[in-house]
Design a protein around this ligand. Sequence first.
Ligand SMILES: [Ca+2]
Length: 215
Amino acid sequence: MKLKKVLGLVLAGALLSGVAAVAACGTSDAGGVQKYVMEAEYINLDGVSGAGVSSDQSGVEMIYGDGTQAQKDLGWSNGYYVGYTYASNLTLEFVFNADVAGTATIVLRLGSEIGDISLDPTNFAVKLNGENVTYSNMYVENSLMEEMKFYDKTVSTTANLKAGENKLTLTVLTNNLVNGAKTGGPCVDCVIIETASKLTWTDKTENPDRRGAIE
Ligand SMILES: [Ca+2]
């Protein structure tokens, strides 16, 4: 009897915290603006050819992390991120649908393992539906792959989403970010979009498990 009561309380507590969590990541202000998180590890990485500092990786092999709690605790959204972006014209494509046209704030969650880097539109292009998003310099501090620190960088507060399909692309342009000599890019954890438009997309949640498979 006593045990049942305790269990009941624990369950009630879990339910309450569950409700709180849903509310926290749902509508965040009176204007109906919602925050959407698109994980880099769940986009279509097929055909994306990456390169690393000590090893080259492509496609889903560019995903780093195991989705562990420890990795989530490091601040990695969902416990994975995409690295090995050190190739000219490497493009990560985030495709989503908006129910209606509207404006959006776009935030990139980025890290670096190639030293402290400064990203700008000349070495790292951000485009929405083919149009350049002109952002100001993003400084990203160095960290180790296994202890990657991510920083939220706002690239636009006035992005125009169209009704229907939208495509946000991040492209590494030829640069000398690696030791002042070779093309480099950031590690990408996720993209955060805040908008009153209702966004939907399909996550390729199978991506991390496809690593190591011979295809
Ligand atoms: Ca992530």
